[in-house]
Design a protein around this ligand. Structure first.
Ligand SMILES: *[C@@H]1O[C@H](CO)[C@@H](O)[C@H](O)[C@H]1NC(C)=O
Ligand SMILES: *[C@@H]1O[C@H](CO)[C@@H](O)[C@H](O)[C@H]1NC(C)=O
Length: 461
């Protein structure tokens, strides 16, 4: 979802700016992830007619002995779709010999995402210009490119900290993504993808230079890199309110927020794949209650099987301390899935404890809500490091938390939340300024707007 949503928004941007364009989004589905189908169905009914969604036929997932990391799994899964994607592209733009009666359609470009570099070969075979769409920050793009110059995961892990051109500060080892730390196949997959980024005609990144000045600048100094187009933030501000699995709950949340004072509520939400173990849930509950701050807590149960999404708890009381819901009824709401962007846009929200997925960071900056960082997986520890140490735009609650091993005690939760809501004034005002800059970047002649125009010029030339 984290890669799919921004690419759909990017398709929206392109077709709005240049109405002669139409876009087709190819979507990989899996029986274990029904949310993707729900999302795709809702899009098909609400999107403009010049954007289409094509669900690729499902394939058997890669065999477990063929990969060791989540990146390995994803990369192999996408590889197995090569023929499906080739067929889909041929259907979209029949060549003259196959269909001379149809009005000719030219494929102006194919945008592949960060783990789909194997599709670059399909684009080359069919002579379609191929671009990369990168849904993570420019700092992480720089990190991936840097890894192509590192010998092995072992040499990366031999130093406590090391320089990476897209970061001003040396990068501490403790914020490296799991998939390059563990000495499994994740490292070589990342290297392989990053090498191939250089073969594309351009790299579209969901960021803007006012947010990541150093990282964006460092990419433009890399003379072997194709042009980089920071066109962000591309955001789905209606978000899951439109395809919400539970509209009744959404209504209840918004009504509850309507009754809370301005900027008084802290939102705790860990993303569509985020869930915490029971001992951690308990410590958060105790800390929240002690902090005495108003809260909205999106609490979800860990996946019941491999590859599945977290689910809603059948009975919240089973995971929360005894009578917690009763005691906090006046100041807090514990819910399942929340339409995060809609909630962040509510004036009652004053702080956000976030897993630091890049889309969540962009949404909270857009609405000027300061984050306390609680990363879980993927590149989230590095995103947290960037927000806190590089940019001074978030409260550094935890930088190196990892799903599984760590436990944050109640005292720490209490202190962190108090500071986010009642201290952190400097960060709060910087976040408000950045919120303004997000909007300016997208306006006519703003930096992202200008990059989009230059990309469209290239696509149409
Ligand atoms: C967002 O939702 C509102 C109604 O809640 C609707 O009017 C608007 O068209 C939606 N925007 C998009 C981009 O879907
Ligand atoms: C954007 O730039 C063009 C060319 O410099 C100018 O004509 C136009 O008025 C500008 N638009 C805005 C909204 O500033």
């Amino acid at each position: 979802m984290g890669n799919l949503i921004p690419i759909v928004e990017f398709a929206n941007l392109l077709t709005k700016h240049h109405p002669q364009f139409s876009a087709t989004v190819l979507i990989i589905t899996m029986p274990q992830r029904p949310l993707i189908n729900t999302y795709a169905q809702s899009l098909a009914s609400t999107s403009p007619t010049n954007i289409r969604f094509l669900l690729l036929p499902t394939v058997d997932p890669p065999a477990p002995d063929h990969y060791q990391s989540s990146v390995g799994f994803l990369s192999l899964l996408i590889q197995k779709h090569t023929t499906n994607i080739r067929d889909a592209l041929l259907q979209l733009a029949p060549t003259e010999s196959t269909d001379s009666t149809r009005h000719s359609v030219r494929l102006a470009a194919l945008f592949v995402d960060m783990f789909s570099t194997t599709i670059i070969d399909v684009a080359a075979e069919l002579a379609i210009p191929c671009y990369l769409f990168f849904a993570s920050p420019a700092s992480f793009l720089g990190f991936m490119l840097h890894l192509t110059r590192v010998d092995s995961a072992e040499s990366l892990n031999s130093e406590e900290e090391f320089p990476v051109p897209s970061f001003k500060n040396p990068l501490p080892r403790c914020v490296l993504p799991n998939f390059v730390m563990k000495g499994n196949d994740g490292f070589s997959w990342i290297q392989q993808h990053a090498r191939r980024y250089r073969e594309t005609k351009g790299i579209v990144v969901n960021t803007f230079p006012e947010l990541e000045p150093h990282a964006v600048q460092s990419l433009s100094c890399d003379s072997n890199l194709p042009p980089v187009y920071p066109i962000g933030p591309t955001l789905d501000l209606n978000g899951s309110a439109q395809w919400n699995p539970n509209p009744a709950q959404f209504k209840l949340i918004m009504e509850w927020l309507d009754q809370q004072p301005l900027a008084s509520v802290v939102l705790l939400c860990f993303g569509s794949l985020g869930s915490l173990k029971a001992t951690q849930v308990e410590q958060i509950a105790i800390g929240l209650e002690r902090a005495g701050v108003r809260f909205l807590w999106a609490l979800r149960e860990s996946p019941k099987a491999q590859l599945e999404d977290p689910t809603e708890f059948e009975n919240l009381e089973n995971v929360l301390p005894d009578r917690f819901l009763e005691r906090t009824a006046g100041i807090g709401l514990v819910s399942g899935w929340v339409p995060q962007a809609k909630v962040l846009g509510h004036k009652a929200i004053g702080g956000f404890v976030s897993h630091c997925g890049w889309n969540s960071i962009l949404e909270s900056l857009w609405y000027g809500v300061p984050i306390a960082t609680w990363p879980l997986y993927a590149e989230q520890q590095m995103n947290a490091f960037e927000m806190v140490r590089e940019l001074g735009l978030a409260v550094g609650f935890r930088l190196d938390y990892r799903t599984g091993g760590d436990l944050v005690w109640a005292e720490e939760v209490e202190r962190g939340i108090r500071f986010l809501m009642n201290g952190a004034d400097g960060i709060r005002s910087k976040v408000k300024e950045m919120s303004e800059k997000c909007r300016v970047a997208l306006m006519e002649n703003g930096s992202s707007y200008a990059k989009l125009v230059s990309l469209i010029q290239e696509l149409t030339s």
